[in-house]
Ligand binder design. Structure first.
Ligand code: GLA
Length: 736
C-alpha cells in the first residue's frame, strides 16, 4: 500500500498492490483524473488520448486541450466544462461559476473520522489517506478532497470537506462525494430500484449519450433506488469482467448520475445536491459530505460485492458485531400483528424456545391504543390493557423462558392522536399554513432540533436503561414531506432534510454507544432505508416485508450486490404467504433464508408437529453453521435457466461451502441443468454431505453438479460441501 508522488510529472498514485488510482496536475493548477483500475507499477500516461483539434469549445491556452473534454478529477461549472459539476457554490459575487485551483496534497497520519456522519474507520497500517487542498478562486471556498485506500479491500473511500474562510456566507447547492472519470468506451449501467415489498431489483442497460440518474427525494434513501451505481463492461457477468461500483454511506436524499459525453467518456457521480438541497456556510464553518465507497473489480459483480462486503464488514460495521453470530430470532409481527398480549407472547415464546430460537422480538402493537396504526406513536407508553405489568413484565416473561427479549420502536414518527403531538405540534416537519401530509397515519419529528433529539433519547434510555431489552428493531415507515423546520430561518430551509439525517445519526450514535450489548436491527417498511449509513449503527437490517421465498431470491440477490449476507434479515414465514398468497415448501423457505440473518415470523401454533420438528432441525443446523457462514465469501452463481437462482457461501479457508439452489418451476421436459460452484479450492476434494459422494473442487466449479429429480415447483436444494479432511462442519438433520 502506498501513496507516491512524481513531482516531475505532477502525479499522485495510490495503490494497495491490487488496484491503482492516479491523478495528475495540469500546470500545477488543475487536478485531472488519470487512472483507476488494476494496480500499475508506475503510471507514465501511455493511455492518455493525444490532443486533436476541436471547434465550438474553449481551449486551454495554446493547446488542443479543451475544457469540456478534460478528465477533471472534481469538476466545477461555468468555466468551459458543461458536463455535471461536482461542486456548486456561490459566494459574495453571486456568480454561478467556480474556478477550482489546486493548493497542495499531503498524506495524513491516519484516516480522519467524522463527528456528524458515519464513515469507515481503519487501524494504523490498514489504510492510507491522501488529502488534496483546493480553493475556489470565485467564491473563496476552501475544499479538501480525501482519498483513503485500504490494504485489505479494493475500495477507495472518498469524501470532501468545504470550509468558508471568508467573512460573508457561502451558499452550497451541490457537493458530490465522488466524481469518477472513465475513458471513452462502451459501458453498461447497473442500478438497484424497487418499492415496498420489491426492493433492490436489478436494472442493467447500455449507457448512452447524456446523463442517466437515480436518486432519492424521499428524505431517506427509500426503496426506489439504492445509493449505488455500477458502470461496467457490457460483457461483464457475475464472475468475470470489469465493474466500477460506487455506494454512498448515507441514509437521506442523494443523487447518482452517470453521464456519457459527446466523445464517449463517462463521468459518474454520487452525492448530495438537487433541488431539495442547499446549505448556507457561515464564515468559519465547515460542511462535510457523506463518504462514498468506490471499487474496481476485474472479476465481475461477485468481485465488486466481495470488495464492498470486505470494507463494510471490517471498516464500517461496529467492531462489537464483526464476525459475531446473531441470535436466531422469532418476530411477532406476522403471527400477531397489533393484537399482542402476554398470553400470546408466552405461547409463542415457549414454542420458539423449544425449537431452539434465541431471541423473541415483540414487534408493533405494544403501545397502541387500538389494533391499528392510528395512534400513540411518539408517546411510547406501554398499553397495560394489552400487557399488564408493561414491557418489564413481557421482558421478564420472555427471559424466564430462556430467550432474549427484543422490542420494536419507530422513534422518528408521531401520531396525530398522541400526547406528544398535542403537547408539541411544532416538533414535526411542516410548512406554516399547510396541513402536513400523513403517511401510515404518522407525521415525522424534526430531528434537526436538539430538544426533539433529547426527548427521543430520554425515551430510549428509559427503556434500555432497565437492562431488560437485548434488541431494538428501529423502524421508519414513511418518507419525508413538508421538509421545513420551525427552528430554522427561511434561507436555511434547504438544509432540513440533511439535518434530519444528521440528527438521526446523532441519536443512533449516542444510543448504540451507550448500550453496546444491545443488538439494533434497522427497518423501514422492510428495506426502504437499508444503506451503508445505517450499517454503521445496525448490525442487522430487515430486508423486505415480502417474505415470499421466490420474491426473496431476487430481493436478497440485489441487496447482496452491496451488503454482506449476515446484515440482511431473512425470515421463514407462514404459507400462503401474507404478501403474495403463494405457497412454498417449508424447506424452501428455510433454504432461501439460511445464508442470511435467519429468523422466524409466523404463528407457531399453526404449524403441525412435523413442521415444528423440521423447524427445530433447521434452527439447530443454522446455529451450528453460523460461525463460518457469517465470515465466509458470498457468491451469486451464473445459471443457465431463467427462474433458477444459485447462491452460496464458501468458508474463509475454503474448507466448506453451503450452496442454495432455487428453482421457480419444475420443467419435466427441459434438459437437466448443472450448477457450477464458485470459490472452491480446485485442488481439494469435497464431500457432498447429503450423499457422501466426493468430488474435486475443479470439477464442481467447471462441470458443475446436477440435482436429483424433484417434481415440485418452488423447490430449493441445499448442498453442503465439506473438504475431505474436515469432520466438524455443523452438519445436522436439516441437511440430510
Ligand atoms: C413495518 C415493518 C414490519 C413491521 C411493521 C409494524 O412495515 O417493515 O416488519 O415491523 O412495520 O408496524
Amino acid at each position: 500500500m502506498s501513496i507516491c508522488f512524481d513531482e516531475s510529472r505532477g502525479t499522485v498514485h495510490l495503490t494497495n498492490g491490487r488496484i491503482s488510482y492516479v491523478m495528475q496536475l495540469l500546470d500545477g493548477r488543475y487536478l485531472l483524473h488519470r487512472y483507476f483500475g488494476p494496480a500499475l507499477r508506475r503510471w507514465r500516461g501511455t493511455g492518455v488520448p493525444q490532443p486533436a483539434k476541436r471547434s465550438y469549445t474553449t481551449e486551454y491556452g495554446d493547446t488542443h486541450l479543451y475544457f469540456d473534454a478534460l478528465p477533471w478529477e472534481f469538476p466545477v461549472a461555468g468555466r468551459g466544462d458543461y458536463r455535471r459539476p461536482a461542486f456548486s457554490v456561490t459566494g459574495p459575487s453571486g456568480a454561478p461559476v467556480s474556478e477550482l485551483l489546486f493548493q497542495s496534497w499531503r498524506v495524513l497520519d491516519k484516516k480522519p473520522g467524522s463527528d456528524t456522519l458515519p464513515v469507515t474507520f481503519a487501524a494504523p497500517g490498514e489504510s492510507e489517506t491522501l488529502a488534496v487542498d483546493c480553493v475556489d478562486a470565485v467564491s473563496g471556498a476552501a475544499l479538501t478532497l480525501y482519498y483513503t485506500i485500504f490494504a485489505d479491500a479494493d475500495v477507495i473511500a472518498r469524501r470532501q470537506r468545504v470550509t468558508n474562510p471568508g467573512t460573508r456566507p457561502l451558499c452550497l447547492t451541490n457537493l458530490q462525494s465522488v466524481s469518477l472519470q472513465l475513458p471513452a468506451g462502451s459501458y453498461d449501467l447497473l442500478t438497484l430500484y424497487g418499492c415496498h415489498a420489491r426492493e433492490a431489483q436489478q436494472s442493467r442497460a447500455p449507457l448512452h449519450q447524456g446523463a442517466q440518474a437515480v436518486g432519492s427525494r424521499y428524505g431517506s434513501t427509500s426503496p426506489r433506488h439504492q445509493p449505488f451505481w455500477a458502470v461496467l463492461d457490457p460483457a461483464a457477468t457475475e464472475t468475470a469482467g470489469t465493474v466500477y461500483g460506487c455506494m454512498l454511506v448515507y441514509s437521506g436524499n442523494f443523487n447518482a448520475v452517470v453521464e456519457q459525453d459527446a466523445f464517449g467518456a463517462v463521468r459518474a457521480q454520487m452525492g448530495l445536491g438537487d433541488e431539495t438541497f442547499s446549505w448556507t456556510l457561515a464564515p468559519g464553518e465547515t460542511f462535510e459530505t457523506p463518504e462514498a465507497l468506490l471499487t474496481y473489480s476485474g472479476q465481475g459483480f461477485n468481485g465488486m460485492s466481495h470488495n464492498f462486503h470486505t470494507v463494510l464488514r471490517r471498516h464500517l460495521l461496529s467492531p462489537r458485531w464483526q464476525g459475531v453470530p446473531r441470535p436466531v430470532l422469532f418476530n411477532s409481527w406476522e403471527g400477531m400483528y397489533y393484537d399482542v398480549s402476554l398470553e400470546k407472547i408466552e405461547t409463542q415464546a415457549r414454542l420458539a424456545k423449544e425449537l431452539g430460537m434465541e431471541l423473541f422480538v415483540l414487534d408493533d402493537g405494544w403501545f397502541r391504543k387500538g389494533n391499528d396504526s392510528r395512534s400513540s406513536m411518539g408517546d411510547w407508553t406501554c398499553n397495560t390493557a394489552k400487557l399488564p405489568g408493561g414491557i418489564e413484565a413481557a421482558a421478564d416473561l420472555v427471559h424466564g423462558l430462556g430467550l432474549k427479549f427484543g422490542l420494536w420502536f419507530e422513534p422518528e414518527a408521531v401520531s396525530r392522536d398522541s400526547d406528544l403531538y398535542r403537547a408539541h405540534p411544532d416538533w414535526i416537519l411542516q410548512v406554516p399554513g399547510l396541513e402536513p401530509r400523513e403517511g401510515r397515519h404518522e407525521y415525522l419529528l424534526d430531528l434537526g432540533r436538539a430538544e426533539v433529539r433529547r426527548y427521543l433519547l430520554d425515551v430510549l434510555h428509559r427503556y434500555l436503561g432497565t437492562g431488560k431489552i437485548d434488541y431494538i428493531k428501529w423502524d421508519m415507515n414513511r418518507p419525508l414531506t413538508d421538509a421545513a423546520s420551525a427552528a430554522l430561518p427561511a434561507h436555511r430551509q434547504g438544509e432540513v432534510a440533511h439535518r434530519y439525517i444528521l440528527g438521526l445519526y446523532e441519536i443512533l450514535r449516542e444510543i448504540t454507544q451507550s448500550y453496546p450489548q444491545v443488538l439494533f436491527e434497522g427497518c423501514s417498511s422492510g428495506g426502504a432505508r437499508l444503506d451503508a449509513g445505517m450499517l454503521a449503527y445496525f448490525a442487522q437490517n430487515w430486508t423486505s416485508d415480502n417474505t415470499d421465498a421466490r420474491d426473496r431470491t431476487d430481493i436478497q440477490a440485489g441487496f447482496s450486490l452491496l451488503y454482506p449476507p449476515e446484515v440482511l434479515g431473512a425470515h421463514v414465514s407462514i404459507t400462503p404467504n401474507h404478501q403474495t398468497g403463494r405457497t412454498t415448501p417449508l424447506e424452501t423457505r428455510f433454504a432461501v433464508a439460511r445464508l442470511f440473518n435467519l429468523g422466524y415470523e409466523l404463528d407457531l401454533t399453526r404449524c403441525t408437529p412435523e413442521e415444528r420438528a423440521a423447524i427445530a432441525a433447521q434452527v439447530a443446523t443454522a446455529k451450528a453453521q453460523q460461525d463460518w457462514l457469517m465470515q465466509g465469501t458470498f457468491w451469486r452463481h451464473p445459471v443457465t435457466r431463467p427462474g433458477d437462482r444459485m447462491t452460496s457461501v464458501v468458508s474463509a479457508d475454503q474448507s466448506r461451502c453451503l450452496a442454495v439452489i432455487f428453482r421457480t418451476l419444475y420443467d419435466p421436459l427441459g434438459e437437466q441443468a448443472a450448477f457450477q460452484f464458485c470459490g472452491l479450492d480446485p485442488a481439494r476434494e469435497y464431500r457432498d454431505t447429503a450423499t457422501g459422494e466426493i468430488y474435486g473442487g475443479d470439477e464442481l466449479m467447471e462441470a458443475g453438479l446436477t440435482l436429483p429429480p424433484c417434481k415440485q415447483d418452488f423447490a430449493a436444494y441445499s448442498v453442503l460441501l465439506c473438504a475431505e479432511e474436515e469432520t466438524d462442519y455443523g452438519h445436522s438433520t436439516a441437511d440430510q
